[in-house]
Structure formats: structure tokens, C-alpha cells
Design a protein around this ligand. Sequence first.
Ligand SMILES: Cc1ncc(C[n+]2csc(CCOP(=O)(O)OP(=O)(O)O)c2C)c(N)n1
Ligand SMILES: [Mg+2]
Length: 540
Amino acid sequence: MTERIEGHGGELALAALRAHGVREMFTLSGGHVFPLYDAAYKTDFPIYDVRHEQSAVFAAEAVAKLQRRPGLAVLTAGPGVTNGISGMTSAFFNASPVLVLGGRAPAFRWGSGSLQEMDHLPLVSPVTKHAETVFSTDDIPRAVGAALNAALTPHRGPAFLDFPLETVFSVAEADLPTVTGVDPIAPDPEEVGRAAMLIAGAQRPVIIAGSDVYAGDAVAALREAAEALQVPVFTNGMGRGSLPPEHPLAFAKARRAALSGADVVVVVGTPLDFRLSFGDFGDAKVVHIVDAPSQRATHVQPAVAPAGDLRLILSALADHSGDRADHSDWIADLRVAEDAAKARDAAEMAAETDPIRPARIYGELRRALAPDAITIGDGGDFVSYAGRYLEPAQPGTWLDPGPYGCLGTGMGYAMGARVSHPDRQICVLMGDGAAGFSLMDVESLVRQKLPVVIVVGNNGIWGLEKHPMRAMYGYDVAADLQPELRYDTVVSALGGAGETVAKAADLGPALQRAFDSGVPYLVNVLTDPTDAYPRSSNLA
Ligand SMILES: Cc1ncc(C[n+]2csc(CCOP(=O)(O)OP(=O)(O)O)c2C)c(N)n1
Ligand SMILES: [Mg+2]
């Protein structure tokens, strides 16, 4: 059954968007996309606007990541679209179903030098799953449906459409296609069976679960598989919190012991990239479980790599009925390593140093954050510490930039998180360098009554670059920021509030005031610039 609808291009697009479960748009004004605003305005479809297009795309991405439904950014022609490209690329790396609708200079005088005339497709095609210019008004609902379908089909990712001026301003009649949903990809049972045999037969197996487990709604199946096969679970990205921290198979800190001791490493729903030593775990066999055949690694050869719906694959592993080696000694050994690391972390998180070290900030935050709080990381070392010290208690509560590592997600992700969860704590953990990319969008949050708490780890430097450059060259350049800058007064000037904290004992009360304030509130914590996150290089 198809429904026949009539309207201008904006109305046709919005009808299709609504039908596919899109519930709001993030945008920055531009005349090329006015009809989309007109359609939204007349039908009470929420519009959130920002001060830089990157924030609109990041906000849409946060909605997509947190709610597992399409997020929408509407960007004006030319510079609006190009400003959104880092956001689209992040969504591409993160497999986030984001739809970007772009304005476009009129087709009828293409090449004559219209304002903001630019062919976006060559720029966005490499970082989207579907990119198309819609030349005919009555074709808009079909194109919106096709773009969203591509975005939502595993392996998920962003899609892009642009509408020449006359396409979106003209009126037409069109069919509103019925929404069919996305069929799950059936895995090869033989591959799943081999994976199950390998894991069940292993002496020291480990699971590492990533973002696609949450995106694919496979959290419960992951837990069932881990429990049935008795395998310790580590997580990254949106996979964090998949097992509650108190679960006997939930591990976070004993990663090194686990990966160096394992004989089978099962990586689910995340690529074998730099975060996982490119899939090289010494002598351990690798089982790589991916949500689509396109996600199989080409740079390493896992022992087996089942591809398809993660719920189906993990449920099949949970149902494995053959013999299983006893893993209890292995789990107990890892628990010893985990507990020792936890004790070390606890001491660091309580340390009363002057200046404050980042660890202490997280010690205080752990007390201030509710279990369902959304935490967002945007920065260098400060965010690496967040990953180490914060333990998300629930899935779908942790937003990091993902493997593209793009600074500047902060205020956009915060907006998308606040829109997704009006009643939860939203806390952005920001480096002082990262703050420069998006802090002006505090104005958007204030104006649209979207309160969030921002905690800045203010070390006065681009820490993650300054320390490595010094180590490599013995000096550093282009790595300093103004020390002790008052980012809190920037937020106050924009209509929010904030304070600067220099003493560890003042952190707890400051965070309390921030969460109680009901406005965008920045806690500007002056931290030790000599403190460097211990890491081996990520560059190669
Ligand atoms: C858009 C973008 N530009 C540059 C970088 C390179 N980069 C990664 S971390 C980092 C330093 C971040 O500094 P800050 O936010 O102050 O955090 P800190 O490391 O000092 O805690 C830089 C410049 C990047 N990842 N993304
Ligand atoms: Mg810094």
C-alpha cells in the first residue's frame, strides 16, 4: 500500500522522514533549505539549531548512536555541507545511521556561478553509504526512503541527499512508500558453528565487544553467549556497559593480561583496528564476528569470521550444545589482575595532589554520576583517562568520538544526548584544546533550554600532542594553549554558568552545583600539565 501525498519538496521530504521514524532535525539556517523548515514549522516537527554545521551532524549522530534510530542534519548548500564533512566521516567510521540533507544551487542554471554552487557528491560519496542528488520533486520520498534504508542496513552509516533549489521549492504529488524495515542478514551456520567450537574448546578465551553490539540490539544475546560459554568480556565504544560492572564476566582493566594470555580472542562488532593491535594477538586464534560481510578484515586472516545479524550469531553461540572446556581458573586469574588494577586506580582517583591530576576528577565524578548518566568524551589525554576511570553501568551511556578520533564532537553530542534523554545527567568531558572547536554552541544549548554539564580538564596544552612531540623531538611547537584560561566565564557570557576549580577538595561541591544548576554549566578544572597519559604511539 502506498499513500499519495502532495506538497512542496520540503513537505514531501518531511512526510517520508516521519514515516521512517525521524523525530527532529538539527540545522544551521540557510535559504536553500527553507522548505524543510517550512514543513517542520507547520507540523510541529522539532528543529534544533546550532552555531556550526559540525555540531548539527554530531548532534544527529548522538541521536543515532544513543537511540538506534536515524538522526537528521539539514545543511545549507556549499559551505553548510562542507562544514558537516568531519561529522559525516565520524558517522561513517562509527556506523551511525545519520541522514544529511543538503541544499544545492539550482540545477537549471548549473555552471553559471550561483551562490554556494558546489557539487557535494564527489566530496561526500567516500564517507557515506548512499549519496544522491534528487532532481525531481516527486522523487523525494523515494530518495529519502532509499537513503534511510542504506543508513540503517548493517553495516550502518551515514547517507546524504541534496536537493537543487527548484526541486525542494516546487510542488508535486508523490507516492509515500511504505516502510518495510531492514531484513536481518543471516550468518553462515557453518561459520557460526566453527566459531562456537573454537570458543568452547579454548582454554583461555576472551570476548571484546564493541559498538555494533549495542547498535544491533545484541546486548542481551552477548550476555547469554558469554554466560553459556563462560568467557570474560571486555568492551569498547558503545559496547561499554553491555555487562553490568559487577557481573562476574565483566572486565575492564585486566586487558593486557587477558590479551597476552588468551588462546582465543573473540572480537564482536568492532573492527580489528589500532585499538585492538590491528587484530594481532600473538599466538591466539582470532574469531571476528561482524554485522556484515563488508566488515571482515582484509589486513589479517582470523581463524573464522561469521558475518550477519549479531543477535542471531550471539544467540547461536549461546545455544552451543557441545562440550566446553572449563574456564574457571582463567576467569579467576583475570579477576585477580582486574582487582589489583582496580585498587591502583582507586588510589589514583583519591589522590590529593596540587595541581589536580585528571584521575581525581574522575574519582569525584564517579560519585556524582547516576548509573544512567550519559558521559561524552571530547579531548586527548583527558578523555583517555575518562575511558580508564569511568565504568559505564549501562549500555548506550558512553559517547566517544570513535576510531576517526575527531575533536569537536562535544557540544553537538551533548545536544543530541539531551534531546534523546531529557531527564538524565549529561556530562561532557572536554580537553581545553577540544573546547575550542564547539564551545560557542553552548549558546545554542542555553537558548534552546538544553542543560548539560561540561567538565574541562584544563592543562593549558594540547596534552596528547605536546608530550609525544617532546618525547620524539626533545622540544615541542604548536602545542601550548593559554594556561588557566577561564572557560567557565565563556560559558557564563553565553548565558550558562560555571566556576574554576584548582583544589581537589573543591571538586565534589562544584560538580554538585553543576548538576543542580539546570543550565549549561562548565566546571573548569585546572590540572597538572606535566601529567601525561601513559601510552604507546597510535600513529602506526
Ligand atoms: C579535529 C582534530 N584535530 C586535531 C586532532 C589531533 N589531536 C588529537 S588529541 C589532541 C590534543 C587534545 O588536547 P586537549 O583537548 O586539550 O586534551 P589533552 O590531551 O590536553 O587532555 C589533538 C590536537 C584531532 N584528533 N582532531
Ligand atoms: Mg589540554
